[in-house]
Ligand binder design. Structure first.
Ligand code: PMP
Length: 625
């Protein structure tokens, strides 16, 4: 506030931020551009150097001189410059679309587009790694969202298939993913959309200018059939070097956004300088094939040296795993003049922190040499240690970051989620842990019975380790909902404690996945205002849903599936525990990828579980992701 005193809200916010910083998740914005220490920028998305291109900058100043500094008003109220419509035509014809509409940013374009063309009653099938702006746009749309496993066209097709009959069905993906740098399977997605009557939306933020004939992006590069393509989003702030974003598609699509897109209708038009810059840069970028080749060669070289998969475009992700180690590695590179960012949760999964290297066409080969030298100790090619205070190259950091395990991402945990309490969840958890040869953890235990002990007995020990990885983070004697049991013991559950403990347990469990058993049903509160469902939404784990077999199963199970889907979680499997019930199983099989019936086992011991597992491919169903 600048008044020297913090109010209640500010104090709480300051505590939250301090906690993020403590856990290696602190962020700061700095002054923009590269700071004095950074000689080579491997962070920004200015892939072709257009942001500093003399002709682009001159076009921006000229447009400002001619048409003023501001957009003045929303387009529908006469805002924008006379050149805006020309620019939209230029972009559309470059891309091969009928029409395009310019918005102030890619974030706003995605929000506006999704909310304008999808709504209640519609289904949107969305890649799990899609950008936050697409996810937020889908939330705003209130359409039913079904999330498919990253770049898994088969899973997307299955979700499209089960959504037939909805009012409108769409599939949305990035063409080149902003963090992984990999490409979407656009040929397969386009084929599935065509076959199943769905429309395809492709965010080309990291592809336009970088891949495809004349830099037209990932869709053009893929050779996919264009019939189901409804929209492409092209951002102006990355390879095009300026700002803003285009929604490109048919005339009908653009008109729909003009009529229904609130982010277009109620927002001031893009400033003339941006329009001028984009007009100049699109021309240059279309003709920049030689620059694209250089860019690709840089990315291929870095990926090969770092042991990363062959890059699809300009981005090379280097997995580090632990958040603090990723920050230390980025800091070490920065000290050596190399601007590389650590990417951490929530941008990527907890425990999957990475260094994101963005190649630019204007990098010289000695810049790449310097980066590879800087990466060597981080990747363990040197003596394995990144040293504090070492000023040679990038070898300054605070921790060792090179043990091989730190370079592998732990698999996501498998959460065992119930539709209710007392339904056989612990037996199912034991079966899952045994099937995956995985350690088990019960984060919150209420009541005198210990689920950990039950699982230890039923699943037996692991070949070289205990089955139960750690004691619960919270244990309360009252057999009640966690928030009630905590209150009875004069305690409060802190979701942050659970989150941090989960991250630690997941890393300890690696390379095995951690099996985590929740308390009672999905919506059980952990605090007065935070349920297990909220926690799940934050962690994005794999989910195995457990229901009891019998009367009431259908309603409980369908409600829980709906609640999971609302949080973008698709269970890997549903296990119905108890007497097999053919009708229930047949009905529910249509709603999940894999359904298993786990009858009451007698005797209930590891041998009986093994006999059941021999007949039921539970591990395959869960590992398929
Ligand atoms: N989509 C993707 C895939 C992105 O990576 C980004 C930017 N990080 C955006 C959309 C948002 O674009 P803008 O920066 O123009 O808001």
């Amino acid at each position: 506030m600048g008044l020297g005193e913090l109010n209640e809200v500010d104090r709480a916010l300051a505590a939250e931020v301090a906690d993020w910083r403590r856990r290696g998740l602190g962020r700061s914005v700095g002054g923009g551009g590269t700071d004095g220490r950074v000689a080579v920028d491997f962070t920004s998305n200015d892939y072709l150097g257009m942001a500093g291109n003399a002709a682009v900058c001159a076009a921006a100043s000229e447009a400002a001189r001619e048409h003023g500094a501001g957009g003045r008003a929303a387009r529908l109220l006469g805002g924008g410059s006379p050149k805006t419509a020309d620019l939209e035509h230029q972009l559309a014809s470059w891309l091969g679309a009928d029409a395009a509409l310019l918005l102030p940013s890619g974030y706003q374009a995605n929000l506006t587009l999704m909310a304008a063309i999808a709504g209640p009653g519609d289904v949107v099938v969305s890649d799990e790694d899609n950008h936050a702006s697409l996810i937020d746009g889908l939330r705003l749309s209130r359409a039913t969202v079904k999330v498919f496993r990253h770049a898994d066209a088969e899973h997307a097709a299955a979700l499209l298939e089960e959504s037939r009959g909805a009012r409108r069905v769409l599939c949305v993906t990035e063409s080149v993913f902003s963090m992984g740098g990999d490409r979407a399977p656009l040929v397969e997605l386009s084929e599935a959309c065509a076959r199943l009557g769905a429309g395809l939306i492709v965010d080309e933020a990291h592809a336009v200018g970088v891949v495809g004939p004349r830099g037209r992006g990932g869709f053009a590069a893929s050779g996919a059939a264009s019939a189901p393509l409804v929209a492409q989003i092209v951002t102006g702030g990355k390879a095009l070097g300026a700002a803003g974003a285009f929604i490109a598609g048919s005339q009908a699509l653009v008109e729909a956004v003009i009529h229904k897109g609130r982010g277009f209708m109620f927002s001031t038009a893009v400033a003339p300088a941006v329009v001028g810059a984009l007009e100049a840069s699109i021309g240059l970028v279309a003709d920049a094939d030689p620059a694209r080749e250089i860019l690709r060669a840089h990315a291929v070289r870095i990926a090969a040296a770092a042991g990363a998969p062959e890059p699809s475009a300009a981005i090379v992700p280097i997995l580090i795993g632990d958040e603090r180690r990723a920050v230390a590695a980025a800091e070490a590179l920065r000290a050596g003049g190399l601007g590389v960012r650590a990417v951490r949760q929530p941008t990527v999964r907890p425990g999957a922190a990475q260094l994101r290297v963005a190649c630019h066409a204007q990098h010289r080969s000695q810049d790449i040499d310097a980066l590879l030298d800087g990466l060597a100790p981080i990747l363990g090619a040197g003596d394995g240690t990144v040293r504090a205070g070492d000023t040679d190259g990038a070898q300054r950091a605070v921790e060792t970051v090179s043990s091989p395990s730190s370079l592998t991402v732990p698999p996501p945990p498998v959460f065992i989620v119930g539709t209710d309490t007392d339904i056989g969840k612990t037996v199912a958890a034991a079966a899952v842990a045994r099937a995956l040869d995985a350690p088990y953890w019960k984060p919150v235990q209420t009541g005198e019975d210990s689920d950990s002990r039950t699982v230890e007995r039923l699943a037996g020990p692991r070949p070289d380790a205990a089955r139960v990885i750690a004691a619960p983070a919270y244990e309360f004697p009252l057999p009640a909902s966690p928030h009630t049991a905590a209150a009875a013991a004069g305690a409060v559950i802190d979701p942050e404690v659970l989150h941090v403990a989960l991250g630690d347990r997941v890393r300890e469990a690696a390379p095995a996945p951690l099996v985590v058993e929740l308390a009672g049903g999905l919506h059980v509160p952990l605090t007065a205002s935070y349920t297990q469902a909220d926690w799940l939404a934050r962690e994005r784990p794999r989910v195995v849903l457990i229901a009891r077999s019998g009367l009431g199963t259908l309603n409980h199970t369908l409600l829980t599936l709906e609640a999971l889907r609302a949080r973008r979680l698709t269970p890997s499997a549903l296990i119905l525990v108890g007497e097999p019930h053919a009708e229930n199983a047949a009905t529910l099989a249509a709603h999940v990828d894999h359904l298993f019936e786990l009858p009451t086992l007698a005797p209930l011991d590891p041998g009986a579980i093994d006999a059941w597992l021999a007949e039921h491919p539970l591990a395959d169903a869960i590992r398929r992701e």
